[in-house]
Design a protein around this ligand. Structure first.
Ligand code: HEM
Length: 494
């Protein structure tokens, strides 16, 4: 009797679900394989490696379905979008992030990544003008010095066979971020030290573990968990570090202001860190409280170093797998610098067009942030369908980078496509790696300049070899490698 009732309930729910999903002809097509009640939730079971394999398949299926489709996670409808025009339309219509971003709020507060629309809008325009091109160009010396530091540290591995270059690049990218965001050297004598770096890694791990356990999505359940206690410990280290730097900087700023000393007299670095810029805005224009400064600075620390490190790692591996590309990079570097080992200037950067194409193409092949999300706070009318208010939308950066507009060889690493208008898509929204629209990456120019300078120094000094096809990837808050990302390096000249 009980079995019959259960079967009847399941069949009724199944029919209702089928009717609900297929009754609106304006909706995008649905992904096959939905089960009654569960929808496609069963396909998401597995570790971060399997999840990435599944998401990649979804991206290709989404493209076959015309660039937009719906999937069902239990009772929830989720849209997937790989069409570049539709991506931009959604990104510029709906600015709210999905609910999962709230997991990072205890760490990043109302920083740009996690803030809701009204707060984000006000802060983004303030930060856009503070973090402008002139400020980024002020970091040229830091980027050059850091690239030299990396080249020097890599020297211990030259000629010794394969090694894990990510470890070197990650440390270097964290040091660069500490300098440009906080204005602090990373090291034992600083508050930004290995304990700080460890707390940051653990916090990322905690965010992923909370996401993977649906019962911890409820704040009440999470509050009593061991994971939350671990989170509190990490947050204390992370917040104490940024608060200590902020306090010190504020005292220095006020002291110098009172003594009316000019910047030349104070022996300050020639560049202004992100923290200094915000502090100036806070003191002179009352733009931010201390807590708000801390939240923005922590957000930049989170957004900056791992993304850049993973990309530089992939770029070295990709170039190491393509000797012809590597020789073209070297020829270009030689034509600009000859045999000189001087720093890279702003003028040099604009001449390194082939290197720039390599960076863009590497981002296309391995987009560190392969997808972003939006909560739809209104209906969005796309070319062929209407997306409904209240639902979640996954904007597939990886999908845009595999769209048929790239030609039949969209999977192939071919930097030349960025240099030949005949090979480039006509679509103006082809470059999706930093997101699209008004809520795109604030650190885009910072990242682009630091990556270009780092790679120019590395390829000027070393010949790199490796095989990117052996690399396995996983997805957590970004796309990461699991193994097989080793390269070998040889000094070009002694
Ligand atoms: C190659 C490296 C990088 C990549 C691929 C990347 C990618 C992205 C993407 C796709 C977004 C949109 C996220 C979303 O909508 O959920 C984003 C946002 C953001 N990124 Fe980056 N990023 C990189 C480096 C950086 C750096 C170096 C910084 C800081 C110096 C930074 C700071 C930010 C901030 C603050 C946001 C939030 C913007 C907002 O919501 O208004 N990123 N980034």
């Amino acid at each position: 009797m009980l079995t019959s009732v259960l079967i009847l309930i399941c069949v009724t729910c199944g029919i209702f679900e089928w009717w609900r999903r297929n009754s609106n002809k304006d909706e995008p097509p649905a992904l096959n394989g939905a089960l009654p009640l569960l929808g496609h939730a069963h396909l998401l079971v597995g570790d971060c490696k399997q999840l990435w394999i599944f998401l990649k398949e979804l991206a290709y299926e989404c493209l076959e379905a015309g660039g937009v489709f719906s999937a069902f996670i239990g009772p929830k409808t989720v849209y997937f979008v790989s069409n570049p025009d539709d991506f931009l339309k959604i990104a510029d219509t709906c600015f709210e992030k999905v609910n999962y971003y709230k997991f990072a709020k205890p760490w990043l507060g109302d920083g740009l990544l996690t803030s809701s629309m009204p707060i984000w809008k006000k802060n983004r325009s303030l930060l856009d003008s503070a973090f402008n091109q002139a400020v980024i160009e002020g970091f040229l010396d830091v980027f050059n010095a850091q690239a030299r530091r990396l080249v020097e540290e890599l020297a211990t591995e030259a000629g010794k066979g394969p090694f894990d270059h990510l470890a070197y690049i990650r440390k270097n990218a964290l040091e660069t971020t500490c300098l440009t965001v906080l204005g602090e050297e990373f090291g034992d004598k600083s508050v930004v030290n290995t304990t700080y770096a460890g707390a940051m890694d653990q916090m990322l791990d905690i965010l992923i573990r909370r996401f993977q356990k649906p019962w911890f999505h409820c704040d009440f359940m999470y509050r009593w968990s061991a994971l939350k206690r671990k989170q509190d410990g990490c947050l204390k280290i992370l917040h104490d570090a940024s608060n200590t730097v902020l306090k010190k900087r504020k005292e220095d700023y006020m002291k110098n202001k009172a003594s009316k000393k000019t910047e030349d007299e104070i022996n300050v670095p020639k560049f202004k860190s992100f923290m200094d810029l915000l502090l100036e805005l806070a003191i002179e224009e009352d733009a931010f409280t201390d807590q708000q400064i801390r939240e923005h600075v922590d957000t930049m620390m989170f957004g900056a170093h791992d993304t850049v490190a993973n990309l530089v790692m992939c770029m070295m591996l990709l170039v190491g797998s393509h000797p012809d590309v590597q020789e073209k990079i070297f020829e270009e570097l030689h034509s600009v610098f000859g045999d000189e080992d001087r720093d890279i200037t702003k003028q040099d950067l604009s001449q390194l067009v082939y290197l720039e194409a390599v960076i863009k193409e590497s981002m296309r092949i391995y987009p560190t942030v392969p997808l972003i999300t939006r909560h739809l706070d209104q209906d969005v009318k796309l070319k062929n369908c209407i997306l409904k208010k209240g639902r979640t939308c996954i904007l597939f950066i990886f999908g845009v980078y595999r769209h048929p507009m790239w030609g039949f060889d969209a999977d192939k690493f071919m930097p030349e496509r960025w240099l030949d208008p005949a090979l480039m898509p006509e679509c103006p929204n082809a470059l999706a790696g930093f997101g699209m629209g008004k809520r795109n990456c604030l650190g885009k120019s910072h990242a682009s300049m630091s990556m270009k300078i780092t790679l120019a120094h590395v390829f000027r000094c070393y010949r790199v070899s490796g095989n990117h096809l052996t690399m396995a990837s996983k997805i957590d808050v970004m796309l990461r490698t699991l193994s097989g990302h080793h390269v070998s390096i040889e000094m070009r000249k002694q």
